[in-house]
Design a protein around this ligand. Structure first.
Ligand code: MN
Length: 302
């Protein structure tokens, strides 16, 4: 729930700041920023995990065994460390900081993610696919280089997806969406925003002054549509992700790693994974695939 809000005056609207909750993914402790009670999505962004923050003693590295996805895109973004991803499309891809790893699951894909050891700091995000594409074919993109915009002295924006400050990312997006890595030194910077979008700021290192609020790692600042600019300030080196998009117009059903439009569809996906019926393909990983029990609404067996 929002812990409070404040006006920033110039460009209207409240800033809602919510705290994370801890979650465990494989052997990895993460800070789950989305979904939250009362805040399921920001645009089509429907899931944000922050792992390996410097302020919390995190345990083991990324060691996520093969698991399935449906109806969403996975975005992996590293600030430090190195990982390898394998997926059911046959991809084996090293991932390093500054590179965008984007898997479109569509009607079904599976992948594994393993760190190369040592320090690891980054984000895993999901983007809900719209009805037009959510059961379409799976796809994979890796972008080694991404466009950048200079926002001011010591303020660089790297475009993961969408358009920002006159720069556009080549990454696929199925809805109006933006994702921007902000690398900030000391000072104040004005972020140009798309007024039709809602936005979220996830601080991953340092701290941001957003309006009258200090936002730190473990907090999500949410901004409703209707802004064309947001002034933020930093007092020390700060790394943050700006996510945004047109408010997602569809009602989605989420369970486990699946995004669908009904419980029946999610149950069917679980059955496909559990029965290994080929829908999710095979991932060439040494790790044993992730298996879980049925969804809570599963009807009684006949
Ligand atoms: Mn995954």
């Amino acid at each position: 729930m929002p812990e409070g809000s404040a006006e920033d005056g110039l460009h209207g609207g409240e800033i809602e700041v919510t705290d994370d909750r801890f979650a465990r993914v494989g052997a990895l402790d993460v800070r789950r920023m989305l979904p939250r009670r009362g805040r399921r999505t920001v645009g089509a962004w429907c899931f944000v995990d922050h792992f390996g923050s410097t302020t919390i003693p995190f345990g083991a590295g990324l060691d996520i065994a093969p698991h399935p996805h449906l109806g969403l895109q996975t975005v992996t973004w590293l600030f430090a460390g190195e990982a390898v991803r394998r997926d059911s499309l046959g991809t084996e891809q090293d991932l390093r900081p500054g590179q965008l790893n984007l898997m479109t699951a569509g009607r079904g894909a599976a992948h594994s993610e393993e760190s190369r050891g040592g320090v690891l700091h980054g984000l895993q995000l999901w983007v809900a696919q719209p009805s037009a594409t959510w059961d379409g074919p799976p796809a994979f993109e890796h972008h080694r280089e991404l466009p950048r915009a200079t926002l001011g002295a010591g303020a660089t924006a790297t475009l993961l997806v969408g358009n920002f400050s006159g720069v556009g990312s080549p990454a696929r997006h199925d809805t109006d969406l933006v994702g921007v890595d902000l690398d900030l030194e000391f000072g104040e910077v004005a972020l140009p925003l798309e007024p039709n979008f809602e936005h979220g700021l996830v601080v991953c290192a340092g701290a941001l002054l957003v309006g009258a609020r200090v936002v730190e790692p473990g907090q999500l600042a949410y901004l409703a549509p209707g802004r064309d600019e947001l002034v933020i300030a930093t007092r020390s080196a700060t790394r943050a992700l700006l996510i945004g998009g047109a408010p997602f117009p569809e009602s989605v059903t989420m369970w486990w790693n699946f995004v669908g439009r009904s419980e029946a569809v999610l149950l069917e996906a679980w059955r496909s994974w559990t029965d290994r019926d080929g829908r999710f393909g095979e991932v060439r990983s040494a790790l044993a695939r992730v298996e879980i029990g049925p969804p809570p609404w599963r009807p009684a067996e006949r």
